[in-house]
Write a protein that binds this ligand. Structure first.
Ligand code: PSU
Ligand code: MN
Length: 302
């Protein structure tokens, strides 16, 4: 029995080796408010098509891992923030009950890999949280990068996380981290973090060559491509740091932990910046979708 379901378009595209870019669904259900989340999901799919690749938004719907999303399903996910947030641990639980879920970076990597899709665009990945030495809060996204050969295009990671520890963890796990056109690891809302990126590549062709080589060697790891937010959309580093510190203090005071923490922080940051952070967030994901499509096209020619 297959637990995977494809749209007709994607079934054919995969069989024909066409360039495809996976997109996650937690960013829709739990990462942005309605209706901007729906609009953004549509815009991302549009950018990938205009660039010459095919979008594959990945979700879990009624007990199936769905590769590709139709308009009614998008409307459902975008307007139901109470839908499950699924990571690796949740597949058996959710599929066996025929339930639906938005997929995190980790779960989207799993779905993409099952479907044979190698490139995935998102905004920010989960990572080692600040204070993890006490809380043990390390996103399952990092462990997934250590074991699933999918390249994730992100704008680095939000400084709700401890970026240095996140990079240490990825180093330990043998995950290549590549700054795209930058020597610094980008911090999501800002193109600078003061932390050096472990490596740098500048063009989609170079990146595709690196991915092809890495996976031809048989490594099982994913690759983290850290693509900085275009500077015209970047936020003021000090202002955003104040907001993040405040959101973190509030989360601690309210005892918010586990999988609730990241969505809580994202929501508070948006409220506290009066939507400015949402604007930057949307622009950086668009930028990542475009790069991911360019890489997928180069990789399809290998
Ligand atoms: N970071 C963001 N935006 C997001 C997420 C993280 O800047 O939307 C979402 C992604 O789906 C990511 C998940 O995979 O949160 C990580 O959750 P956790 O920290 O609970 O592992
Ligand atoms: Mn966590």
């Amino acid at each position: 029995m297959s637990f995977l379901e494809y749209t007709h378009e994607l079934k054919a595209a995969i069989a024909n080796g066409e360039p495809i870019v996976a997109l996650e669904s937690t960013i829709i259900a739990h990462g942005m408010p309605y209706p901007q989340n729906k609009k953004t999901a549509e815009t991302l799919e549009g950018i990938i098509r205009e660039t010459g690749a095919i979008p594959a938004t990945i979700t879990i719907l009624q007990g199936k891992v769905r590769i590709g999303l139709g308009p009614d399903e998008l409307e459902y996910l975008a307007s139901h923030p109470e839908v499950h947030k699924a990571s690796r641990r949740d597949f058996g639980l959710i599929l066996s009950k025929g339930e639906s879920a938005a997929t995190t970076v980790a779960a989207t990597m799993i779905g993409a890999n099952m479907a044979g899709i190698q490139i995935f665009a998102t905004g920010g990945i989960g990572g080692v949280h600040r204070g993890a030495s006490e809380t043990f809060d390390i996103s399952a996204d990092l462990q997934e990068l250590a074991r699933t050969p999918v390249a994730v295009v992100s704008a680095g990671a939000k400084s709700i996380l401890d970026l240095r520890l996140t990079l240490e963890y990825l180093e330990t796990m043998g995950v290549p981290v590549v700054g795209v056109g930058t020597d610094e690891f980008p911090a999501f809302y800002t193109d600078r973090s003061g932390i050096k990126a472990p490596s740098r590549l500048d063009t989609p062709a170079e990146i595709a060559q690196m991915l092809h080589t890495q996976w031809s060697l048989g490594f099982e790891q994913g690759v983290l491509l850290a693509n900085p937010i275009p500077s015209e959309f970047a936020m003021d580093p000090e202002a955003i740091e104040d907001v993040i510190s405040r959101a973190l203090r509030e989360a601690e005071a309210r005892n918010i932990t586990g999988k609730e923490l990241t969505p809580y922080l994202l929501g508070r940051i948006k409220e506290l910046t009066e939507g400015n952070s949402l604007f930057s967030n949307i622009e950086l994901v668009k930028n990542n979708a475009r790069l991911a499509a360019q890489i997928a096209i180069e990789l399809a020619n290998k």
